[in-house]
Ligand binder design. Structure first.
Ligand code: RIB
Ligand code: NA
Length: 311
C-alpha cells in the first residue's frame, strides 16, 4: 500500500487549562476551562494532512493504557492507518500539560514517555510504507536518533522529507540538514539553531540563509501572524521570499505550526510541481483557521471546511 504522507513522530494527550495569564513560579491562579485533547506534534501534523485528504500512516508508540487506546481510536476516526502504531507496557502514553492565556499564547511541558521508545526496529517494520511514501515528516518529540534514521531512510529512497526540529535542541547532527528537503521551524527554533536573533522578517531571512548553508534543500521559517519566509537552495543568490497571512482573530495558537506542516505535507504529496511559496501561502491559510478556535487537533479544518481554491 502506498501512502501520500507517512509521519514518524509523537502522540501526546493534551491536558489543557485556559487561564487569564501564565502563572509565575510558585504561584496558583484560577483558570476558567479545562479539557483533554489529542496532541503531540507528529500526530497533529498527520491528522491535518489526513483532514486535507491525504492518505496517511503514522509510525509512533503509545502506552498500553487508557490514553493509548483512545489515541489509536482517534487515528481510526480520522482515517489514519494504525498499522505502524506500536503499544508498549514499558512506558505511559505521552502527555502535555498546556496553559493557554487570554492572548492565545501558551506554555507547554511534555512528558514524552512511550514516544521515546520508538526506535530502529519500529522503522524497519514500517520500511515498506516508508520507502514508498510520497512525503515523510518527522520532528523532535521522539528520540533524535529515530528521527534522523527516518530522514536518512526516506532520503535514500527518494521520498520527499519535511523535518520540523521541534522542540529544538542546540546541537543538531549535521545530517539532519542534509537529509531535509524542507526544513521547517518557527522563529524561536531558528534562533536557537543558528544563533541569529529573529525579531524581524529580515532576521528570519538571515537565519534561513544559515540553515540553507548547512545543507537543506529548502527552508521555511514560520512567523505566526506575519506568515513565513521561504528559501530554496535552487536559488541561493535570491533573498528569502516573505509569504504574508491574512489577519485573523486568535483564540488559541497551540499546534498552529503543526497544522501548517500537515497542510504542507498534503500539498507536497498532491501538487508536487506547485512552488513552495504557493504551498506555504495555502498552508498559512489552513493554520489560520486553526488559531480561531480552542484546542489543537480539535481546531484543525477538514477539506469540506476550507475554500475550494485551496485545492
Ligand atoms: O505543537 C503543539 C503540540 O506540542 C501540542 O499538541 C502538545 O502535545 C505538544 O507536543
Ligand atoms: Na486552535
Amino acid at each position: 500500500e502506498a501512502f501520500d504522507v507517512v509521519v514518524v513522530g509523537s502522540c501526546m494527550t493534551d491536558l489543557v487549562s485556559q487561564a487569564p495569564r501564565l502563572p509565575k513560579a510558585g504561584e496558583t491562579i484560577h483558570g476558567h476551562k479545562f479539557f483533554i485533547g489529542f496532541g503531540g506534534k507528529g500526530a497533529n501534523q498527520c491528522i491535518q494532512a489526513a483532514r486535507m485528504g491525504a492518505k496517511t500512516a503514522m509510525v509512533c508508540k503509545v502506552g498500553k493504557d487508557f490514553f493509548g487506546e483512545n489515541y489509536i481510536q482517534n487515528f481510526k476516526d480520522n482515517g489514519v492507518s494504525t498499522e505502524f502504531v506500536g503499544q508498549t507496557v514499558d512506558s505511559a502514553t505521552g502527555a502535555a500539560s498546556i496553559i493557554v492565556n487570554d492572548a492565545g499564547e501558551n506554555a507547554i511541558v511534555i512528558v514524552a514517555g512511550a514516544n521515546l521508545l520508538l526506535g530502529g526496529e519500529d522503522l524497519r517494520r514500517a520500511l515498506p510504507a516508508l520507502s514508498r511514501a510520497k512525503v515523510m515528516v518527522c520532528q523532535l518529540e521522539v528520540s533524535p536518533d529515530t528521527s534522523l534514521q527516518a530522514l536518512r531512510l526516506s532520503h535514500e529512497n527518494n521520498v520527499k522529507t519535511i523535518f520540523n526540529p521541534a522542540p529544538a535542541i542546540p546541537d543538531l547532527d549535521p545530517d539532519f540538514y542534509r537529509a531535509s528537503d524542507v526544513f521547517c521551524c518557527n522563529e524561536s527554533e531558528a534562533e536557537l539553531l543558528t544563533g541569529v536573533a529573529v525579531a524581524s522578517i529580515e532576521d528570519a531571512g538571515r537565519a534561513g540563509q544559515e540553515l540553507l548553508r548547512r545543507g537543506c534543500n529548502s527552508v521555511i521559517i514560520t512567523l505566526g501572524s506575519r506568515g513565513c519566509v521561504v528559501l530554496s537552495a535552487q536559488e541561493p543568490s535570491s533573498p528569502s521570499h516573505h509569504v504574508p497571512t491574512k489577519p485573523v482573530t486568535t483564540v488559541d495558537t497551540t499546534g498552529a505550526g503543526d497544522s501548517f506542516i500537515g497542510a504542507l505535507a498534503f500539498y507536497m504529496a498532491h501538487f508536487p510541481t506547485m512552488s513552495l511559496e504557493e504551498m506555504a501561502r495555502r498552508a498559512n491559510q489552513v493554520a489560520g483557521v486553526s488559531v480561531q478556535t480552542i484546542g489543537t487537533q480539535a481546531s484543525y479544518p477538514s477539506k469540506k471546511d476550507l475554500p475550494t481554491d485551496l485545492f
